[in-house]
Design a protein around this ligand. Structure first.
Ligand code: LIP
Length: 284
């Protein structure tokens, strides 16, 4: 089913209100649970009651407003279909569980084979990042551009980590980035990291495997802020996850070479309708 601009307009207004209402729940949970026992889904995989409550809130509101839309969430799963909301209720759970105010709600809306809307809201700072395909990216309404950095010795990259990837592969990429001259950070929230690339606060973000709910909103933000990314949906990332790379154009190839994660090629761009014009990018 192809959605027209009016249908996406309706979801844009809803998406912004949905992110704000979810953030109220998330912040209340953050303030309530500080110092409480921490639940674990698995090694280094935290579970808080707020994750489930926020996702249920989001899922219920979508089911009421747009019952025909699909849903895929980190906590409750789902069958997305062609028109779907892809949601991480609390990205940065490890931070949330330890009372570190660096976490967010990440909401993406996928239709017509692409991410159409992306919203990332950090309830602790009240910074709302939003992008609509072809219409730019904002933070609290202010337009965003990726960083102008060209000198690798001045770059600050972020490299995400999870135990879904062999440690040796992570260390290899980390070493290559430091050897290329970059400073490398990890903040434990991939969605916030991608929003910071769009905001010019970081020059690039890479992770060797991310789930769709962690990255789809942020990848749209980066592209709409003038950045470049790797392929994700075309790799089957919606259901299975895939490597993620997003960066300002001048340093994207270096990040790709150091991590071995491919960039979108000109052929990828030309094959995707309505893509913003980008310089030709070599793949890794
Ligand atoms: C997080 C991701 C991040 C990854 C973390 C964790 P969560 O998601 O956003 O990319 O590096 O290990 O998976 O679990 O906080 O929602």
């Amino acid at each position: 089913m192809i959605l027209d601009d009016l249908a996406i307009d309706q979801r844009e207004a809803f998406c912004l209100d949905l992110a704000r209402s979810a953030a109220i729940l998330a912040l209340a949970g953050f303030e309530r649970q500080a110092g409480q026992p921490i639940g674990m889904k698995g090694p280094q995989d935290y579970l808080t009651e707020t994750d489930g409550a926020v996702e249920q809130h989001i899922r219920n509101r979508i089911a009421t407003a747009f019952p025909q839309d699909g849903f895929l969430g980190e906590e409750t799963g789902g069958t997305p279909g062609d028109v779907a909301w892809v949601v991480d209720p609390i990205d940065g759970t490890a931070n949330f569980a330890r009372a570190i105010p660096h976490f967010c709600i990440s909401i993406a809306f996928v239709a017509n084979g692409e991410v159409q809307l992306g919203a990332i809201l950090n309830p602790a700072t009240q910074e709302l990042y939003f992008a609509r395909k072809g219409r730019g990216a904002t933070r609290n309404g202010q337009s965003l551009r990726v960083s102008p950095t060209t000198d690798l010795n001045a770059t600050s990259f972020e490299l995400g980590w999870s135990n879904r990837v062999p440690l040796a592969r992570y260390i290899q990429a980390l070493t290559a980035l430091f050897e290329a001259g970059s400073n490398v950070r990890r903040s434990a929230s991939g969605a916030m990291a991608l929003a910071y690339v769009a905001d010019g606060r970081t020059d690039g973000y890479a992770e060797l495997h991310m789930n769709s709910w962690d990255c789809l909103a942020g990848l749209l933000l980066v592209r709409e802020a003038g950045g470049v990314t790797g392929p994700f949906l075309s790799l089957g990332g919606l259901l299975d996850g895939a490597p993620v790379l997003a960066a300002s154009p001048a340093v994207a190839a270096a990040l790709s070479a150091a991590t071995g994660i491919a960039l979108l090629t000109q052929a990828d761009i030309l094959a995707t309708p309505n893509q913003p014009t980008l310089t030709t990018l070599r793949t890794a």
